[in-house]
Design a protein around this ligand. Structure first.
Ligand SMILES: [Mn+2]
Length: 324
C-alpha cells in the first residue's frame, strides 16, 4: 500500500479506525488524521473513529468528531484501520469490531509490531510516529487543515517536541510542510504537551521525591500507588507525563515508573537515555515499545520488578557529556 485511498475499494461504505489502549498524542492524532482525511476526500463514507478516554491535553483533537469509546461489539465494518497499535492485543476501543472484520489495515511504527497484523500492512520502525507513517500514505495536496493539526500533534508527542532521536531529516520536512499550513504550532506544543495541571505537578513532585536512584546502574525508579492517586484525586490518565519528568533527571540513564491501576495490577513505563534497549526489557514482561520508550503491565510488587530490571542493567562509570 502506497496511498491510504487505495484501501477504499469498490463497495466500501463503512470504515472503523482504531488505536491502542490508553491513547496518547500519536495514537489519537493518527486515528483522527485518518478520520479527517478520509472524510474530506471520500465524503460518501461512514467513518467511525474509536478511541478510549484521552488525556486532558489532547481532548481538543476530538472536537466535532463522532468518537466512540466502546468496543464496536456485534457491528459490521467493510474496512477496519489500526494505527499506532503494536499488536492486535493492544487495540483499545473498537477492538471487537476490528477482530470481527477480515478487511483490515495495520499502520504502525513499533519495531515490535514486526510485519503488522492486518490484511494490508505498513510498518516503518524507523519512523518517528504513526503520524509520520500515515503522512507518507496521504497525498500532500489532499491534506486539510484538521488533518494537518492531528498529524502535527502526533509527531510532536512521539518525538518529545522534536527532541528524541527518532527524529530524522524526513520528520522535520513533514513538520515543515504541516506548519506551513498555518496551524497553531506553538500553542499545540504548549496546550497539549508541555502544560500540566497543578495537581499533576504536585503528584509528580511527590513521586520524584520518593523515587530511588541506583547510582551504579544510573537507574531511577518511581511508583504511584492507588492510595496516592486517591489522595491527590487524579486518575491514571493524568500520570502520563510523570515518566518524561523523571527522564529529565541528570543522574538517570534508565527510568522505570510504575503506577497501580487495580489492587494487584500495575502499569510500567520505561525510558532510556543510554544504549539500553528498554523495548527488550518490556518484551520480557509481555509488553513492547521502542528502544528508548517502552511499557508493560504486571501483577505484584513493583519494588521486586525494579530489582529485576536493575539486575539487567550494566554498572557504568559517569562520563561527562560532550557534543565534540
Ligand atoms: Mn506512536
Amino acid at each position: 500500500m502506497n496511498n491510504l485511498l487505495e484501501c477504499i475499494t469498490e463497495g466500501i461504505r463503512r470504515v472503523g479506525i482504531v488505536g491502542h489502549v490508553r491513547p496518547d498524542g500519536d495514537c489519537a492524532g493518527s486515528v483522527l488524521a485518518a478520520y479527517h482525511y478520509l472524510r474530506d476526500n471520500v465524503p460518501s463514507l461512514e467513518i467511525v473513529p474509536f478511541l478510549q478516554e484521552l488525556p486532558y491535553g489532547i481532548r481538543f483533537l476530538t472536537e466535532g468528531c463522532p468518537v466512540r469509546e466502546d468496543d464496536g461489539e456485534g457491528e459490521a465494518f467493510d474496512l477496519m484501520i489500526s494505527l499506532d497499535a503494536a499488536s492486535k492485543e493492544r487495540i483499545g476501543a473498537g477492538r471487537a469490531a476490528f477482530f470481527a472484520c477480515d478487511n483490515t489495515v495495520c499502520i504502525d511504527h513499533h519495531a515490535t509490531c514486526l510485519t503488522g497484523f492486518g490484511r494490508v500492512n505498513r510498518v516503518e520502525p524507523q519512523a518517528s510516529s504513526a503520524c509520520e507513517v500515515l503522512y507518507r500514505l496521504l497525498s500532500r495536496d489532499r491534506i486539510g487543515y484538521r488533518t494537518a493539526v492531528c498529524l502535527y500533534t502526533g509527531i510532536i508527542h512521539d518525538t518529545g517536541a522534536l527532541r528524541f532521536d527518532n527524529v530524522s531529516p524526513e520528520t522535520v520536512m513533514i513538520v515543515s510542510d504541516l506548519i506551513a499550513r498555518k496551524i497553531p504550532f506553538t500553542q499545540i506544543i504548549e496546550k497539549s504537551f508541555t502544560e500540566k495541571s497543578l495537581v499533576e505537578m504536585k503528584i509528580t513532585g511527590e513521586i520524584v521525591k520518593n523515587s530511588r536512584l541506583f547510582e551504579k546502574e544510573h537507574f531511577l525508579y518511581g511508583k504511584c500507588s492507588l492510595e496516592m492517586q486517591e489522595r491527590y484525586g487524579v486518575s491514571v490518565v493524568e500520570l502520563g507525563g510523570v515518566v518524561a519528568e523523571m527522564n529529565e533527571v541528570r543522574e538517570a540513564r534508565v527510568v522505570f515508573f510504575a503506577y497501580q491501576f487495580t489492587d494487584r495490577s500495575w502499569k510500567a513505563s520505561l525510558r532510556s537515555k543510554s544504549d539500553t534497549d528498554v523495548a527488550k526489557i518490556a518484551l520480557n514482561y509481555g509488553g513492547g515499545g521502542h528502544v528508548r520508550a517502552a511499557g508493560f503491565s504486571f501483577d505484584g510488587d513493583p519494588d521486586l520488578v525494579a530489582e529485576e530490571i536493575r539486575g539487567l542493567l550494566p554498572e557504568t562509570e559517569e562520563v561527562p557529556w560532550t557534543a565534540y
